[in-house]
Structure formats: C-alpha cells, structure tokens
Design a protein around this ligand. Structure first.
Ligand SMILES: *[C@@H]1O[C@H](CO)[C@@H](O)[C@H](O)[C@H]1NC(C)=O
Ligand SMILES: *[C@@H]1O[C@H](CO)[C@@H](O)[C@H](O)[C@H]1NC(C)=O
Ligand SMILES: *[C@@H]1O[C@H](CO)[C@@H](O)[C@H](O)[C@H]1NC(C)=O
Ligand SMILES: *[C@@H]1O[C@H](CO)[C@@H](O)[C@H](O)[C@H]1NC(C)=O
Ligand SMILES: *[C@@H]1O[C@H](CO)[C@@H](O)[C@H](O)[C@H]1NC(C)=O
Ligand SMILES: *[C@@H]1O[C@H](CO)[C@@H](O)[C@H](O)[C@H]1NC(C)=O
Ligand SMILES: *[C@@H]1O[C@H](CO)[C@@H](O)[C@H](O)[C@H]1NC(C)=O
Ligand SMILES: *[C@@H]1O[C@H](CO)[C@@H](O)[C@H](O)[C@H]1NC(C)=O
Length: 509
C-alpha cells in the first residue's frame, strides 16, 4: 500500500508514521466493511428477486386455472357462431304414457348419442353421478334400461379410438365407472367440494367441441336414461354459448385437488354473457337471448350471473304466468339451525300479489319429500285468499310404487317457464342447494309475439309443462290434507335434506 521509509531519530516523524498507519488501518477496515455491505446488498437483491418470482408463481397458481394453454381452435367471442338450433330432449319412463296428449320430444338417450356423433375433438362432461352400468339386480326388472345404458357406456369408452378427448370433472372420488373410463384414457379431474364449500358438485352438462351443448336435469346415471322423467336441451352449432359454458367447465377443471377457493379467478373464466348483457342469438331462425348462470356464489368469477339472479330475473320479467316444475320446493336453510330462506319464496309472493302473475307449481311427491313442503305451499296459497286475479295452484307428481316397493317414474324435471323465458337448472329449489352446491343453469328468453309462437323453445317447454300438469299422474293440493308421499312420513321437523347423495347412489333422487 503506502511505502514509507521510517526516518530515524525523528520523534515527530514517528508520530506521523503512526498516524498514517492508523489511517491506513481504518481505511482498510472501511474498505472491508464496504465490501461486506456490498455483498449483503447483493444478497438482498437476490432474495428480493426470488421472493418476487415466488409471489408471481403463487399468483399464477392461484389465478390459475387454465393458464397452461389449451388447444385453441381459433374461435373467440368475436367470431363465434350465434346461429343455433335448439332441441328439447326428454326421458319419459316406459310406464308413463301421456296417450294422445303427447307433445313428444327427442328421447334423451338419442339426443346424447347424437351429440357424441357430432364430436370431433373433445367432449367435456360434468355430472353429479356416474352410474351408467346398472347392476344386475336393479336392471333385472328394467331390461330396456340395461340395453340403453350399456350402449351409452360403450360409446363413451370408444371415443378414444376415434381420437376424441373425453374430459370429466367430478365430485365423486370412488366411482368404479370413472376409474374404468380413466383407464380408457378419459381425463378425470376430481373436485373436492367438501373442502371447498362443504357441498356437492351437482352440475350436469356437456360441452362438445366448444360448439354444441347439453344441459338439463339428467345425470350420467342409468336411471336418468331409463326410469326417471328427465328434461333438458341440446343446443347445436352455438359456439358463443358453448364457449361460455366451457368456461364454467374450466373452472371445475382447474379446481382439481384444491382445498381452497382461489382469491381471484383467471380472466379466461370470466363470463362472456350475463343477465345484463345476454347473448343475442337465433334459435331455429327465431331471435332469442340467452345466458349461462352458476352456483354457489363463491364459484362465480367476474360478470357471471348466479342461478338465483337468473331465477329472479325470469320471475320478475314474467307478465302473465310462471310455471315451475321442480323435484323439491323448500324455502329453508339448515346449517346448524333451520332458518327461513326467502330468496325464491319472496319473489313468488311478489309476483302473485303485486304483479298478479298466475303461478303453477308442479312438485314431485316422493319418498324424500319434506313434510313442511305442504305447509309452505299452503302459505303461498292462502296469500291469494280474497284477492282478485291472484292465483297460485300446486300439484304433486306421483310416481307409482313397483312390486318390489321401489318408486318408478319420479318427475326429475327442474325448469321454469314463463310467458317470456325459460330457466333450466341443475339444482332443487331448496335453500341449501344454492348455498353450498355447484350447479349451472341456462336462461333463454324470446320476445313475445314474434313469428310462430308455437315453434319456439319457450312455447315447447310450456306445452311439456301443460302435458304433465293435466296428466293423470298429478294430484292437486287439497284443503287441510297433506298427501302421503312416503310411507315413513312423520309430522315432526325432520332434518332438511342437505344432499341427494347422502343415502348412497342406490337411492332415487
Ligand atoms: C376468430 O378470430 C381469431 C382471432 O381473433 C382468429 O385467430 C381465428 O382464426 C378466427 N376464427 C374463425 C373461425 O374465423
Ligand atoms: C360396465 O360393466 C361391464 C360388464 O360388467 C364392463 O365390461 C364395463 O367395462 C363396465 N363399464 C364401465 C365404464 O365401468
Ligand atoms: C377433501 O377434503 C376434506 C376436507 O378438507 C378431506 O378430509 C378429504 O380427505 C379430501 N378428500 C380428498 C380425496 O382429497
Ligand atoms: C351445424 O352446422 C353444420 C355446418 O354449418 C351443418 O352441417 C350441421 O347440420 C349443423 N347441425 C345442426 C344440428 O343443425
Ligand atoms: C282482473 O283481471 C281482469 C281481466 O284481466 C281485469 O279486467 C280486472 O280489472 C282485474 N282485476 C283486478 C282487481 O286487478
Ligand atoms: C303452429 O300453429 C299453427 C296454427 O295454430 C299450426 O298450423 C302450425 O302447424 C304450428 N306449428 C308448429 C311447428 O307446431
Ligand atoms: C329446431 O330444429 C330442429 C332440427 O331442425 C328440430 O328438431 C327442433 O325441434 C327445432 N326446435 C324447436 C324449438 O322448434
Ligand atoms: C289429456 O289431457 C286432458 C286435458 O287436457 C286430461 O283430462 C286427460 O286426463 C289427459 N290424459 C292423459 C292420459 O294424460
């Protein structure tokens, strides 16, 4: 460093030398310190960068859900197809016959096969249940059922050999059926609804090639194709609507094995259409508007209308009548204690009293019908007492008891039709359903008085409702008499049904 030759005999000099040496020393200390400081600064920067990277990664994982590009087919919301065909599909069990009253629609199984035939690239299915293989016992007295379901089973298994991808989102962890499909190269994503909402995945729809869709009451259950009365719609060549329903599917797809709900959703899950900005489309060359809704609230990314918002919208838009066909109607919410759940009940009261809209409720009378159902319906009916132009009618659809004691032909429909619109959904009208369970819905509205009213889907659904309503399978609600829907009916407050699946897949639900 500094080269100093000590100068002998100079006291002052030696003190200078000491001072210089000291300076020298402190300079080197300072340098070393600076070195250290720089070193730790570098460390800080590296750590900071790592933290940033990690945060971005976590954000990506959180937001999710379909960031790892999917095979895009180049169809976007700008150039998707709005020129669609709609077909009503129904499963009418063999032992129900509407004789000549029949407005008959395409059988559900034929509709679903047709949808599979249209598939080129990918079939996406979400279903609450997978039970297409009916057991020997169950199908011994329903041989036709067995044929239908075996065939559909095989069709799904064969998709792979045609080079078509099969994607399934499911809330069922231990389904042998899904395991078989997975072995045949179906991709199955498990959504742990217990961890996410303490509910169930009850959504039931198909998206085929992001062009065609099915949505309705039926699930991938042999009973839906055989012994239960089901109703749904197929919409063909409708990539705009399919794109939006695909986004609902993608949300479930991305929730695979997650045990928390992302705090923000990927932009690619945001709704394209909703009740404020519905899709303007043509259905069989007739102008219409449509949008997809979903439940529960915690599964709703930006812009998506919830099922309850969709139901409110349809009820509030009605001017003349509201016809509702539903399995269970119960305005109660039960978590720890029971609470009155007024969301839908209140809307019906408003429609009856304030807007004088005629309401018809067709409810299934079956082994799980909650006894309080009748009290709530009576309450609605008594609202109209001594009121001009106020009309609420309720009927119960009765299944028949088979030789072996099981019920056949339960009305599993879940829809509402008004003079303006239809709503088809996956959930029952029970408070718990909308709060905890995942479901999807479709609203289609058609302006009144355009073209041939009797050929629109709204009109067709109304005809289907009328056919059921006036059939010999329904019973009216009679004064002060509670119909017996099940043998074990008890008149105390039994727990509100929280799930269809609680009693195992062998139950009818
Ligand atoms: C739709 O638009 C996208 C880009 O906006 C384009 O890449 C794609 O080819 C278009 N698809 C069709 C079918 O026109
Ligand atoms: C249905 O059952 C048949 C015979 O029991 C079996 O061969 C087939 O793989 C099953 N299908 C599924 C999807 O489990
Ligand atoms: C689903 O979540 C629940 C509650 O967090 C947990 O107990 C259960 O093990 C999870 N199931 C699976 C298959 O991960
Ligand atoms: C969908 O469109 C294609 C081509 O535009 C047509 O060939 C097909 O018949 C249509 N499908 C239905 C069900 O209308
Ligand atoms: C009931 O409806 C009829 C016919 O629609 C109408 O003439 C009458 O004024 C209405 N009454 C009341 C009280 O709204
Ligand atoms: C619609 O109704 C008219 C007369 O009411 C009838 O002539 C026509 O065939 C009906 N159209 C359909 C598609 O049912
Ligand atoms: C729409 O067209 C298809 C095929 O042309 C037909 O099967 C279906 O019944 C029509 N739907 C309505 C609501 O008229
Ligand atoms: C057909 O409808 C009429 C009323 O429109 C009803 O009286 C009759 O019971 C119905 N028949 C069947 C088999 O549903």
């Amino acid at each position: 460093m500094y080269s100093f030759t000590p100068y002998k005999g100079c006291k002052r000099c030696s003190s200078i030398i000491t001072a210089v040496q000291q300076q020298d020393y402190s300079a080197s200390v300072w340098l070393r310190r600076r070195d250290k400081l720089e070193h730790s600064q570098q460390k800080c920067i590296v750590i900071f960068a790592l933290v940033c990277c990690f945060a971005i990664l976590v954000a990506l994982i959180f937001s999710a859900v379909d960031i790892w590009g999917e095979d895009e087919d180049g169809i976007t919301e700008e150039n998707c197809s709005k020129n669609c065909r709609v077909v009503l599909v129904e499963n009418i069990p063999e032992d129900i016959s509407f004789l000549d009253n029949g407005t008959s629609h395409l059988p559900l199984s034929a509709g679903l096969y047709n949808l599979l035939d249209q598939a080129i690239r990918v079939v996406e299915i979400v279903s609450p249940l997978w039970l297409l293989n009916s057991s020997d016992y169950e199908s011994s007295f329903q041989p036709a059922a067995r044929q239908v379901t075996r065939a559909s089973d095989l069709t799904l298994l064969k998709l792979r050999s045609k080079g078509i991808q099969l994607k399934i989102s499911s809330g069922m962890i231990d389904s042998t059926e899904l395991r078989t499909l997975a072995r045949h190269n179906a991709e199955v994503h498990y959504v742990n609804m217990t961890a996410l909402t303490k509910g169930h995945l009850f959504s039931s729809f198909w998206v085929v090639d992001r062009r065609h869709i099915y949505i309705g009451s039926a699930s991938m259950d042999w009973r839906s194709l055989a012994t239960r009365k089901e109703l749904g719609v197929l919409v063909y060549n409708c990539s705009c609507l399919a794109l939006d329903l695909h986004r609902v599917f993608s949300l479930y797809w991305g929730l695979q094995y997650k045990d928390f709900i992302p705090s923000f959703w990927s932009k690619r899950l945001f709704a394209l259409f909703n009740k404020n900005a519905p899709l303007e489309l043509t259905l069989n060359s007739t102008k219409a508007q449509a949008y997809v809704s979903s439940s529960p609230d915690v599964f709703i990314p930006k812009d998506r209308s919830s099922d309850l918002e969709a139901i409110s919208w349809v009820i509030q838009e009605a001017r003349h009548f509201i016809y509702i066909s539903i399995i269970d109607y119960l305005p109660l919410l039960s978590s720890n204690a029971h609470r009155y759940w007024s969301r839908i009940d209140g809307l019906i009261r408003e429609a009856l009293i304030l807007r004088k809209v005629r309401v018809r409720l067709l409810i299934s009378c079956w082994e799980k019908t909650h006894p309080l159902t009748f009290n709530f319906i009576w309450s609605l009916r008594s609202l109209c007492m001594e009121q001009a132009n106020c009309s609420l009618e309720a009927k119960f659809f009765n299944p028949r008891v088979q030789r072996d004691g099981s019920l056949q032909g339960i009305n599993h429909n879940r829809f509402m039709v008004t003079d303006k619109a239809i709503y088809l959904g996956n959930l029952d009208w029970v408070g718990n359903e909308f709060t905890f369970n995942a479901g999807a819905g479709l609203v289609i509205s058609q302006p009144e008085g355009v073209e041939e009213r009797n050929s629109t889907v709204v009109e067709q659904l109304r005809a289907a409702f009328d056919r059921d309503w006036f059939s010999r399978y329904t019973r009216s609600l009679q004064a002060n008499k509670i119909p017996v829907c099940n043998k074990h009916q008890i008149n105390r407050l039994v727990p509100v049904k929280t799930s269809h699946l609680d009693n195992g897949p062998a139950e009818f639900y």
